[in-house]
Design a protein around this ligand. Structure first.
Ligand SMILES: Cc1cc2nc3c(=O)[nH]c(=O)nc-3n(C[C@H](O)[C@H](O)[C@H](O)COP(=O)(O)OP(=O)(O)OC[C@H]3O[C@@H](n4cnc5c(N)ncnc54)[C@H](O)[C@@H]3O)c2cc1C
Length: 456
């Protein structure tokens, strides 16, 4: 075997498993289709020498997927979604775990796992809040809902940190790195850095194509970018952890089951119970509040409507001369969708749309927000919401369950029917999280890793 453990993908799930397996003394290889995004790579991204959008032939940082009935965005880099996320890193509310989660994942167990993830990720609320955060507090008072200063994985920027040029691409690079005055701590500075120090080999620009069981383990077929040329190869290991992110893991497994027939026994539950985490975007135009320009991170706070409506309204900065304020909504919309591949291998999303009660609540809360801010609400029309949901938090589709007929992986993240083959990313979540999900994905990967190393 080339390794004890191959981890496919280096986002929140993959980097946790890589660290814990390497700490246990296992030989770990991480395959990551994206690039290493160090200072030099961000400079190239800012001036156009590296692509912003991921393409099949040329890896780029943002993985945008526009499939039938759904638009999603994610990350493609060493460190996965941590390079594109806005750094909000927090546990899900206790009620999320009340139904549909494996019996072993009690609230107490999840707290223990969150603490483990927190010690490495170190999220903290901003010490100095900008004026937009204070305006959120005023809006919260008018809406009778608390404004929360969010825990972020960022730190104040040092004097020597590189500044991006003031072009559109330069601004995007600055935004991605945590804003003009802050630096985001991406996973390649936390979990993955520790994993590499413990001996993990991270192979960027390596994309896994399929997984096949072999005697004593698995073979991973892959392609590797060498001098602008993709070359095929393979690696073997006793165990494999698939952590390619929901929108990659689910189609990857469907191809292994239905097209290549290398994993024919994967559960019929694959693709079912896919969630968009209630994601919705809107903006408030012409608001009457004074918001000063600031050098803060992309987001700082949200209005917490969890107790009444199971949702949050998050500010994501003002633009167009400070007259339009963009607001992201997320929440516990547990109306499930289904992912599948069509006859040409293209991803399809099937859903009856958001839960009507949840959608009505988020529209009512957005109207209240706009009124409290003294502006006009701009929101997508209802038919678009029903037929073309967009999400940056795709979850589920390869869910964990106590019984094979209900899920794709068991309560330890190991695939039913395939011992030693694990899934550890957003796809295994049995329900949405309501809040931003990265910390729950990391916590679950801590749980999966325990089984991975104890049965090695
Ligand atoms: C704009 C934006 C803002 C966000 N903000 C937040 C936030 O503030 N807080 C929060 O909690 N969440 C946020 N998210 C969501 C968060 O980024 C994801 O929930 C999280 O990254 C998912 O973790 P994961 O481990 O499932 O997969 P990912 O982090 O997506 O990692 C998967 C990795 O696998 C790689 N990969 C895919 N296929 C293969 C293959 N075949 N072979 C090898 N490698 C492969 C990918 O390139 C990627 O690097 C945001 C997302 C976006 C797009």
């Amino acid at each position: 075997m080339d390794a004890d453990v191959i981890v496919v993908g280096s986002g929140f799930g993959g980097s946790v498993c890589a660290l814990r397996a390497a700490e246990a003394g296992l030989r770990v290889v991480v395959l990551e289709r994206g690039r290493r995004m160090d200072d030099a790579a961000y400079e190239k991204l800012a001036d156009g020498r590296l692509p912003l959008i991921n393409r099949r032939e040329q890896p780029g940082l943002f993985d945008i997927k526009m499939q039938h009935g759904l638009a999603t965005a994610g990350g493609c880099a060493v460190g996965g979604g941590s390079h594109v996320y806005t750094a909000v890193t927090m546990p899900a509310p206790d009620e999320v775990f009340a139904n549909d989660w494996p019996a072993a994942l009690t609230v107490g167990r999840m707290r223990e796992l969150y603490e483990r993830a927190e010690r490495v990720l170190r999220p903290t609320p901003l010490a100095e809040i900008p004026s937009r955060t204070r305006r959120m507090q005023e809006i919260g008072e008018r809406m009778a809902a608390p404004a929360v200063v969010l825990p972020l994985v960022v730190e104040k920027r040092g004097h020597n940190d590189h500044a991006s040029p003031s072009t559109l691409r330069g601004h995007i690079a600055t935004w991605l790195r945590g804003g003009p005055g802050y630096r985001k701590r991406t996973l390649d500075m936390s979990y993955l850095a520790q994993a590499e120090r413990a001996g993990t080999r991270v192979l960027p620009l390596h994309e896994a194509l399929s997984i096949t069981p072999i005697a004593g383990g698995y073979r991973v077929r892959l392609r590797q970018l060498v001098d602008d040329d993709w070359r095929e190869g393979e690696l073997t290991a006793r165990k494999v952890v698939l952590a390619a992110g929901t929108m990659n893991t689910v189609p990857f497994l469907v191809r292994c089951r239905d097209i290549y027939a290398t994993l024919p026994a994967i559960s019929a539950a694959l693709g079912e119970r896919f969630y968009t985490n209630g994601d919705f975007g809107a903006a408030v135009a012409g608001f009457s509040l004074d918001i000063d320009r600031d050098d803060g991170p992309p987001v700082t706070s949200w209005i917490d409507c969890w107790n009444t409506d199971r949702l949050f309204l998050m500010e994501t900065g003002a633009f167009l001369g400070g007259r339009v304020w963009s607001i992201a909504v997320m929440g516990f919309d547990d109306s499930p969708g289904r992912l599948s591949l069509d006859e040409r291998g293209r991803l399809q999303h099937h859903s009856a749309g958001p839960s009507p009660a949840f959608h009505a609540a988020r529209m009512r809360r957005l109207r209240e927000f706009a009124a409290a801010a003294g502006g006009a609400l701009i929101a997508p029309p209802a038919f678009a919401t029903r037929t073309k949901p967009a999400t940056v938090h795709p979850l589920g589709g390869a869910r964990m369950a106590d019984r094979a007929e209900l899920g794709v992986v068991d309560a330890n993240g190991e695939m039913f029917g395939y011992p030693g083959l694990y899934v550890a990313d957003g796809s295994i979540l049995p329900t949405p999280t309501g809040v931003a999900p990265s910390m729950t994905i990391a916590a679950l990967a801590e749980h999966v890793s325990e089984h991975l190393v104890s049965h090695a």
